[in-house]
Design a protein around this ligand. Sequence first.
Ligand code: MYA
Length: 523
Amino acid sequence: MPPEERKDAASLHNLARLMAMLDSGSGAAAPKQTPSEHKFWKTQPVAQPGDNPTLEAGPIHPDLAPEQVRATPYPLPPDFTWVTVNMDDEKQLHEVYELLTANYVEDDDATMRFKYSPAFLHWVLRHPGYDKSWHVGVRVVSTNKLVAFIAGIPQELRVRDMARQSVEINFLCVHKKLRSKRFAPVLIKEVTRRCNLSGIFQAIYTVGSVLPTPVSCARYYHRTLNAPKLLDIGFSAVPHGMSRDAHIARFKLPDKTSLPGLREMVPEDVPQVARLLRRFLRRFDMAPRYTDDEVAHLLLSGRGSAAEGAARRGQVTWTWVVARDDGHITDFFSFYSLPSSVLEHDRHDTLEAAYLFYYATEAAWGTPVPPRPAVAEGPSAYAAARGGGAAAWECAGLSKLTNAELADEADVRPWHEEPVEQREVLKTRLQALMTDLLVLAKQQHFDVVNCLTVLDNPMFAPDLKFGPGDGFLRFYLFNWRVPPLAGGLGQRAGERELDPAAAGGASVPNPTLFGSGNGVVMV
Ligand code: MYA
């Protein structure tokens, strides 16, 4: 065993004692450590502080054939065992839900914790093309208790002009009683190993804190819908010099939406919505590339089900389109539901939060999305290569989009080259679309709409009374070196310094008119 692995295994040893305490509910949480240097991250293929800025963009390590990848799982102490969690098994899905509900991301003063529902986890982890082996758990051998989890979701990710089959890593969670024991590095190495075996070598992930090395940083913004409740739970406060009533009145919204042609998305809309989204996302420096199937999954399959007319159960995503009388779709927008547990409050236990998800509008160009050029139908470059006998690992640089889907990206200008007049048109349209989104979210009984300063969000957020939050989210790439990209920061004092793009000396256009260069929304 290499020395680094021996160290990790040793520090995990004898943790079964702790686990016994877990089941009896006794014992204090392990104290938090603040590492002075990144013992783990400095060994990983990620950009490191002090790297030569002229290093070429692209993969840091070359792709590996499966026989070059470690064949056996990383060692855990005898008391713990690796499992692949089956998200189709109700009981296992519930175990992940329970682990996350009690142990996942909290705000700094531990008043709120993300509460991903089982329906949410089922939806997000069963993305088209998902790989079951990327749903990695750790159980205590003696009790079978699930105590740690990490998951990968496939994603074709483009950064500027390079795209790679990648994995989005999310839901890294270690039980509170097992913290600061170097479990996280082992989970990360094991999921990396499993992804490598599947022929994937690049990853994207987001973390609130600073690790080596963010490629982008964005700020959370919050738009109050239910002001009295947000005041009650301490999520917001009445600004100095304003009365409680005036504060509440400030967030009042119209009862009804105002855009003509606005309606809920239906399955028949998928081809148009997917085309519009692919073109819209091509404008950003970094964005996923979605097939029609993925768009259907992201925007429709998270919608839950219901008998006709009844409320849907387990609804995670909400999507509306704006369609002209002739059926042409000019815009769409969506949000997803991610409640937070309100911890230790006598009247409220849940904050119902809607998060702005993907959207797109033809106002970005001022002209309708052009008809698809004649393109030879047929399989994607990826499928063709696989059909011709290539192994998955040899195809990580090929696209899974069909030729026709890829053609949707043709002739799209990057965000920072769009003429100012066009940006003004886009801004006005986004304000109208997002006002209706707020009305709809309110009608669905959400307490707040949250968004980050990614996409074009900085162009409408302040005007629509989204307020800046305390939270910042850093975006990271694994085994992919790229010049940093603008995360929509810079409207407020002190923000620009946090933006890796600005810190790297790039000139970052004003986000209130130019939004951001980051087109990724991670749930
Ligand atoms: S972000 C959400 C993370 N989850 C939470 O915040 C939930 C609550 N917290 C916990 O469960 C634990 O505190 C976690 C750390 C599990 C986060 N990302 O085991 P340790 C490094 C990356 O003693 P613990 C999400 O899900 C830390 O810097 N690294 O620490 C995306 C230190 O390394 P170094 C992290 O507190 C995850 C080491 O771990 C994170 O007990 C993306 C300490 O380990 C973090 N969030 O457990 C993961 N937190 O010494 C990377 C701590 O070097 C994916 N650390 O500073 C990389 C791509 C992999 C796939 C590649 C495929 C090609």
